[in-house]
Design a protein around this ligand. Structure first.
Ligand SMILES: [Zn+2]
Ligand SMILES: [Zn+2]
Ligand SMILES: [Zn+2]
Ligand SMILES: [Zn+2]
Length: 340
């Protein structure tokens, strides 16, 4: 029992499919079939879901089928991780790459109960002390909460209206200011250009590997970042710390950086958190972005994405800094997709 609990807390276990397994999923005939049907239905719905309730229902069911297949694959993937990759690790090989950012550090300000519990739960105190009572209250709040929305700290609506805008007809940006930036990571407004540059500098000097977007209860709490721009010392801090909200626009932008690389040359990951890691060519670097920086492709039918990354693992694009790992990921996907 204790051993199995230890295993669940092993921080090396991958919680998501890695780039190679994800690619296998996206190129599975069953999954391609579902994705094509979703794309064709989306075209028929033509942004007017209220006119096509039957099609909307059919599409929801296809999305559910796809999610089911992904969950099944993830289950197999984790099982395989324990059976083969862990043995490899214990025999001296290293684990596959993963994003090691502590997401709780980003989430914690939105969930004060969990924040307090992470600090107080293992403190020695009696149950009727202030700490004990607070822990119990927090546990009950978490268990009984039905909240599905979260507001930025200090920006909770006042009588259903924005707390910042005195004049309800205009957005923040237009109220007596010509500069306003919002830092999603800090949930903070900065209204002077100099302050904003200083703010960005602090972030640049304290980066985490995470470059993908995070939402918590429908609220954007971490935007996306470009690993190349983050490390570009020729740019101003605010340009380096550019917050990208749209996935396809950022990936199209990263493709421009990747296009400048020589094919199959050894390239280091540009992200400031990655040191001494060389990758062979753009495809290997894309795979690393997916695995270690949480940069994912948008959904397959995204119109704005120019050319999708192919993260297929091949001989010519293996990691240059490590001996090739014997990585056997057996992917099992349902033979037949449940009929809709
Ligand atoms: Zn406002
Ligand atoms: Zn900030
Ligand atoms: Zn960039
Ligand atoms: Zn990196």
């Amino acid at each position: 029992m204790q051993q199995s609990m230890e295993h669940h807390r092993d921080s090396n276990v991958l919680l998501h499919l890695d780039a190679a397994a994800n690619n296998k999923f996206e190129t599975d005939p069953n999954v391609i079939n579902i994705s094509e049907r979703i794309a064709s239905i989306t075209e028929k719905i033509d942004r007017q879901p209220q006119k096509h309730p039957d099609l909307v229902k059919e599409r929801a069911s296809l999305y559910a089928d796809k999610t089911k297949l992904r969950k099944k694959l993830l289950h197999e993937f984790k099982k395989d991780w324990w059976e083969t990759l862990y043995d490899e690790y214990t025999s001296g090989n290293s684990f596959s790459e993963k994003d090691i950012t502590s997401l709780f550090d980003i989430y914690r300000k939105y969930t004060p109960e969990r924040d307090r519990l992470s600090r107080d739960l293992f403190r020695e105190a009696s149950i009727d002390s202030e700490t004990g009572k607070q822990c119990l209250t927090d546990l009950i709040t978490i268990c009984s909460s039905t909240e599905y929305l979260v507001y930025y700290p200090g920006l909770q609506p006042n009588d259903g209206q924005c707390p910042r805008c005195r004049n309800n007809k205009r957005a923040h940006r237009r109220v007596n200011r010509n500069f306003l930036e919002f830092c999603y990571l800090c949930a903070e407004m900065v209204d002077s250009e100099d302050e904003w540059k200083k703010h960005c500098q602090v972030h640049i000097e304290n980066l985490t590997p995470q470059c993908g977007m995070l939402r918590y209860r429908n609220t954007l709490i971490s935007p996306r970042f470009c690993p190349f721009c983050l490390s570009d010392g020729t740019k101003e801090y605010d340009a380096r710390f550019r917050q990208w909200r749209d996935k396809s626009t950022l990936l199209n932008h990263i493709d421009e950086h990747l296009g400048l690389l020589k094919p199959l040359a050894l390239v280091p990951c540009p992200h400031p958190c990655c040191e001494n890691q060389d990758y062979k060519g753009a495809a290997a670097l894309q795979r690393h972005f997916f695995d270690a920086h949480s940069l994912e492709e948008p959904r397959p039918n995204c119109q704005a994405r120019k050319r999708r990354w192919s993260v297929q693992e091949t001989e010519t694009t293996s990691f240059a800094h490590k001996p090739p790992k014997k990585k056997k990921v057996e992917v099992v996907i349902a033979e037949k997709v449940d009929s809709v």
